[in-house]
Design a protein around this ligand. Sequence first.
Ligand code: ARG
Length: 446
Amino acid sequence: VKPPLQWGGRFTAPPDPALLAFASSLAEDLVLAPFDLRCSKAHVLALQGGDIVKAKEAQALHDALDRVAAEIGDGSFQTFAQSSGAEDVHGAIDARVRALAGETGEILHAGRSRNDQVATTLLLYCADRAVRGGRLCSEIARRLLDQAEIELERKTLLAATTHWQPAQPVLLAFWLAGAAEPFARAATRFDRSRSDAMSTCPLGSSALAGSSLPLDREGAARWLGFAGLSRNAMDAIGNRDAALDLAHACVRAVAAASRVSEELVIWCTPAFGYAHLGDAAATGSSLMPQKRNPDPLELVRAGASDLNGRFAGALGTTIGIGLSYHRDLQVTKGAVITIVERALETLEAFARALAYVEFDAARMNASADESYTVATDVADTMIKSGVTAREAHRRVGEQILAAERDGASLDWPTAAESVVGKATAGSTNPSAVAAAIAALRERLSL
Ligand code: ARG
């Protein structure tokens, strides 16, 4: 019976099972299995390129790895891994390859350390998830822009706020297109994370010092799709910058979703009544029969705070640990994976929930005309006729004071007129909004 561990020759006692279980990373790194397979196949190329294995042995190793890939696909590898006693997914794959390829399987690990595997595999995983994150953010932006176009057509108005106090009328389309902007930036961040992850390949670092075996690092890196090779093995196996950058991109994207969610939660309250979340996305109360709660949006909101805390934790595990690999980095890896997986789930749920939001245009239009929202336009009109800004501000303020005191209504422009009257690029003027929507679509190739 082969020992499940990849070491032990110099040990005289078996590991304490409780401590082995404590140190296992299998539960969190099983998700890396398909990426370790690619990494392992690339290592076979590196061995073959250096003539360390012959074509026949290389073929046997590829066959075994392909078989493991199929077993990952049908779930049987996961079952094997969990009962294998391996310390991590890399050890489990190694054990399975040795079981499948016999003697030849024993060569696979030549010139390679799990440190190399952890670093390389994590980068491949990050690149894959960065693509997903970018797609999700583009999709969210697209949905918001589609909705913006509909509302632009309907000319729906919104009493936009600062400090949650009515500020000025805008088009709802302006708000929707504004909500899309951070997701375009988030998509760019995901793009950058992807190319950072794929910039230099650590495979062939051979634990920390490089190898005395003539590994074909270049061939392996090219096959994996990396742009180049890591320059310093010691740095390469301890570097988690790209993983942390991706985790950061994830937190930022969910933070953008949390702000939109918060506003929609408030708009869905009867007091505002601007929006309605369809029944399929809302939940009821087990006690209060009348309730309809916007839970998915609240969970997005809380998710951002939670991920923010987890990000601080992930970064924290890399602080002060010295160069090269230290076991702390196993915790970094688990934390990054948790952040990334949760963030992608959250963005997906957010995109889904958005589709259930309906706006009450009549209610929004009516409130856009309330609370003196056009006061700034009235002051601007005075300024155009030569009154100073300070004087105009004072006069309009006094009109409001008098109207509030007498309960009189002011003969002021409507919210719709205010919106059309805006003249600057990037404003809520309907043609500026249409131009901004078109420009954002072009930037995202939507
Ligand atoms: N389970 C470890 C991790 O995920 C693998 C690397 C272990 N390397 C070592 N030298 N102990 O980070």
